[in-house]
Design a protein around this ligand. Structure first.
Ligand code: FES
Ligand SMILES: [Fe+2]
Length: 425
């Protein structure tokens, strides 16, 4: 059982808090690259800070304080001009480094004063990778944005899905090291929701956890399987500090503030060999709703929606002083311990785990991946039912299984990429 103080330490994300400082050592995904094709600015709340994201006309990304340093107007209503963002209130212009480029009336009234050289706005670096925009809120020098192995794969249909979930990020990340929930929250519950049809999902017989350089691996032996199955020999990854990696997709739990989390999903579907070569000039993104419009209840139909229901059900900030942990929670305990210890390390001025600074290491960061040869080499359409290794026990859906509300044009682009609407000759 945790004390109140430990619970607070694990969950607060503001600047100056132990976990807030630890999380500021890592790049966080905050938007899709394609989002800024559709709108010039995006208001962002990250780690309790209100910011605005934009791309200037030179193609450089900026992430500034949401509030103009003049008299605090909301810069997400500003507009991009040349190499800066112009405030809609009095026309001051800021660049991506936080420098003030123009102060129209000050330059007329008192040009010699060069007041603009003496004001700055808070600015953070942004980088594009894998169709995502990443922000770094920590002290310089910024580390590298990790090139996780799937970001280097070819011939896949990638899509990015965002959902805003009204609870603390850490209870979501605890789910990334919780194999047993799968059998119940996804397997059994889906079966019940669908009227108890079909076979029961296999029971977990054994679970194991192990720390490695980039996080933790969790392993499982399910009824009908053995320790020679990849679910045990390879396992799945709880990626440090705030992500779940299953092999085919990533789920980042990005802290908006203490009581809200942005779920960022990055999904890779390998196209069949017959559809190669396949490339995307734009990685599509969409926002998935989490409540049913009619009833106001949480949506329960899709895998990650079911996760969201569990997480928000724990309360905006789960009260860990009231828990009763068992054998299934060994991984959760390991991760909490390491988080608190790493937060202390940062407070003492140390470099925490999984910060990547070496370009050679970052050329392609390998992770444990079940069925790697499938993702890399692909498969022929004749074998398409073996298309994706999944954990047994899930009732299969015909549509995108993870989140509700996939737009029709993305569904169609996916079907075209996979060759699902064309006959095999
Ligand atoms: S508040 Fe932005 S220019 Fe005045
Ligand atoms: Fe889950």
């Amino acid at each position: 059982m945790l004390s109140d103080e430990q619970n607070r330490r694990l969950t607060q994300v503001g600047a100056g808090t132990p976990m807030g400082e630890l999380l500021r050592r890592y790049w966080m995904p905050i938007a899709a690259v394609a989002e800024l094709d559709d709108k010039a600015t995006k208001p962002v709340r990250l780690l309790g800070e209100d910011l605005v994201l934009y791309r200037d006309h030179a193609g450089t990304y900026g992430l500034l304080d949401r509030h103009c340093a003049h008299r605090r107007a909301d810069l997400s209503y500003g507009w991009v001009e040349g190499c800066g963002l112009r405030c809609h209130y009095h026309g001051w212009v800021w660049d991506h480094t936080g420098k003030c480029l123009e102060q129209p009336f000050e330059e007329v009234a008192n040009p010699e004063a060069r007041f603009k050289d003496r004001v700055r706005i808070k600015a953070y670096p942004v980088e594009a990778k894998a169709g995502l925009l990443w922000a770094y809120l920590g002290p310089p020098p910024a580390p590298l944005v990790p090139t996780w192995e799937p970001f280097t794969w070819r011939n896949g249909f990638v899509q990015i899905v965002f959902s805003e979930v009204p609870c603390n990020w850490f209870q979501c990340q605890e789910n990334s090291i919780d194999p047993v929930h799968f059998e119940w929250l996804h397997g059994n519950w889906t079966r019940v929701l669908q009227g108890d049809k079909g076979p029961k999902p296999p029971t977990h017989l054994k679970i194991g956890f192990e720390e490695f350089e980039y996080g933790f691996v969790y392993r499982r032996v399910l009824e009908g399987q053995s320790e020679s199955d990849e679910l045990w020999t390879v396992g799945r990854t709880c990626l440090w500090p705030n992500c779940l990696f299953t092999g085919g997709h990533f789920e980042w739990r990005v802290p908006i503030d203490d009581e809200n989390m942005l779920s960022v999903g990055w999904f890779f579907d390998r196209v069949p060999n017959e559809m190669e070569p396949f490339t995307q000039d734009r990685i599509p993104y969409w926002y998935s709703p989490i409540t049913e419009a009619r009833t106001g209840r949480w949506i329960t139909t899709h895998v990650m929606n079911q996760d969201f229901v569990a997480w928000v059900g724990q309360g905006a900030l789960s009260d860990r002083t009231q828990e009763h942990l068992g054998e299934s929670d060994r991984g959760v305990l390991m991760m909490r311990k390491r988080m608190l210890e790493q937060a202390e390390l940062v407070a003492r001025g140390g470099e925490p785990k999984a910060v990547i600074r070496d370009p050679a290491e970052n050329a392609c960061v390998r992770l444990p991946i079940i069925g790697r040869e499938y993702f890399v080499g692909g498969y022929s359409r004749a074998n398409s039912d073996k298309r994706r290794e999944r954990t047994p026990g899930l009732v299969q859906r015909k549509d995108f299984p993870f989140l509700t509300g996939q737009p029709e044009e993305i569904r169609q682009a996916f079907r075209r990429a996979m060759g699902l609407d064309t006959e095999v000759s």
